[in-house]
Design a protein around this ligand. Sequence first.
Ligand code: GRF
Length: 244
Amino acid sequence: MSTDTPYTSDTLKELTPEATESRRVVVLISGHGGNLQALIDEQTHERLGGEIVAVISNVPDVYGLQRARDAGIDAVVLPHTEYESREAYDGALIKVIERHEPDLVVLAGFMRVLTARFVHRFAGRMLNIHPSLLPAYRGLNTHAKALADGVSEHGCSVHFVTEELDGGPVVIQAVVQVSADETEATLKEKVHAREHLIYPIAVKWFLEGRLQLEGDTATLDSTPLPPQGLRLSHADAAEELDEE
Ligand code: GRF
């Protein structure tokens, strides 16, 4: 187009994405894929607000890959063991992800520490779910740590991914009350059920354009979310999940 070409309504139409165009999601996993399945289930019912176009695992033969194939989603294995450095692996992963042109990258049990380059590449369009009420218990073994501390409340958080491990702005949390006879296994099960409740909600908000990262703050409908995101209480989550 020459610089003196006047802008016409036709030109603008070409530049405006089709309203019906589906927003594209790439999901990264390392294992079982319970959260992936929750997202697939929403997509099946046309409630996700977008389409999972690829699932990528750094570990071969995990069940999450089978879940993707069963849903007709491109399942890709990119083993980190075949790369000599974290930088080399993340560089390769960026290429594979970008081939799928995602609007959103969803980390769903992707057990890797990410390089700064990777995080920056998908800044503001990458979400993670973590099994604790952040900022409590970043890192691994969150259920055991919560039990050892004797806390009365535990839960899970969806957050934007930043360079700080499990430290990005929180979008939504769900609380579980820790009962007197709780074991690591029972706690884990209850937290997982809550994860499967809140992750699709956050993904949908993002795909609908309601959820954004503005600077260091997550906003929903242009309103800054509180530091710990929106909170689903134990009672509300339990009711939603038909727990006793
Ligand atoms: C979940 O507990 C999630 O919070 C953590 O990894 C686990 C993945 O489980 N990041 P799954 O593979 O989604 O079942």
